[in-house]
Design a protein around this ligand. Structure first.
Ligand code: HEC
Ligand code: HEC
Length: 279
């Protein structure tokens, strides 16, 4: 299978005008849709074997989820909105973690393989539907994550995994102060009503955002992510207290419910389990 550069770049050129505007505001932003070097090298090859084309498809799913994994994504968020730089940036939920799976996970009380972990991000972060274990989207994303994880020692902690832990400040997070931080530092991109900017900036609350079951909804994780990574390209411009405050503010806003707690969500999960036994 030949993978041409033009198709690979198609997504990157959409909304180019808005992108240029953002570019001027935040130089760090430009790289978001650029392939990591290992992928760029694959895209240059005239011929890819099955594994390599799977890796490339997995990368596409990560950077353009709503297009390449549309049937399982419930909102317009992309993996790369949280796993920055295609999952290659330390401190921004890097994805070079294949060697840590399978792994015990308290959230569902099971030994989770990498596929299961990917499928859960569809349910919570993408507020979508859990793909069956054998879905080609899951296989491709797993191949991409394996590719990013080359050279890592199985079972060894991955440097920069997750987000940096944000130390407590001694003061409770204050959502009212967070609202002010949001208005000044975040609203220019994420919008006064949290809906983001079409094509370039993801929503941070509302129906298009991650649901309350997502890891991102946990206060320490959200505060740590924001402090380390937002606004983009300017790392740690907020004080730790501002990051706690704005995270507390974001958590107060409306967003889709945790599907484990909503009846409809439970019904959907049950149907999926019935349709794909053993998953
Ligand atoms: C709204 C933000 C968000 C989006 C979008 C998102 N994720 Fe995640 N993802 C997270 C968070 C937060 C964690 C860590 C959660 C935790 O530790 O509980 C995580 C963890 C993971 C992990 C495990 C990482 C590790 O260190 O073990 C994988 C794999 C993963 N996500 C894959 C994906 C894929 C594939 C997509 C797109 C289909 C995706 N995620 C979309 C927020 C997101
Ligand atoms: C220059 C525009 C810009 C500013 C300012 C900005 N962000 Fe973001 N934000 C982005 C973009 C773009 C992404 C997607 C990841 C990427 O491409 O870097 C993102 C991702 C996020 C995410 C994870 C994905 C999601 O939508 O949930 C959160 C949370 C977030 N930003 C919060 C904030 C907060 C809080 C502030 C203010 C302190 C802020 N951002 C300021 C552009 C911005």
């Amino acid at each position: 299978m030949t993978v041409g550069r033009s198709t690979a770049r198609a997504g990157g050129t959409r909304g180019a005008a808005a992108g240029m505007l953002l570019l001027a505001m935040a130089p760090g932003l430009a790289g978001a849709a650029d392939p990591p070097p290992a992928i760029a090298e694959l895209l240059d090859r005239p011929y890819l074997d099955d594994y390599q084309s799977s890796v490339v498809l997995g990368w596409r799913i990560v950077v353009e989820t709503e297009r390449y994994a549309a049937r399982y994504a419930g909102n317009r968020m992309r993996c790369v909105h949280c796993h920055l730089d295609g999952g290659t940036r330390p401190g921004a939920l890097p994805l070079d973690v294949a060697g840590l799976y399978p792994k015990w996970r308290a959230k569902n009380g099971q030994l989770n393989d990498l596929g299961r972990r990917i499928r859960e991000c569809f349910v919570y972060s993408l507020d979508g539907v859990m793909p069956p274990a054998e879905a080609p989207e899951v296989t491709a994303t797993a191949a991409y994550i394996h590719h990013l994880s080359r050279g890592r020692v199985i079972g060894d902690e991955v440097p920069g995994r997750g987000v940096p832990t944000l130390a407590a400040t001694g003061y409770d997070p204050n959502p009212a102060d967070g609202r002010e931080v949001y208005r000044r530092q975040c609203a220019p991109c994420h919008g006064e009503s949290g809906g983001g900017t079409p094509e370039t900036v993801p929503p941070v609350w509302g129906s298009g955002s991650f649901n309350q079951g997502s890891g991102m909804y946990q206060l320490p994780l959200l505060a740590g992510f924001i402090h380390a990574n937002m606004p983009p390209g300017e790392g740690a411009r907020l004080t730790p207290q501002q990051a706690w405050d704005v995270a507390a503010f974001l958590r107060q806003q409306l967003r889709p419910a945790d599907p484990r707690e909503s009846r409809l969500g439970k019904m959907v999960e049950k149907l999926i389990r019935l349709a794909a036994p053993g998953s």
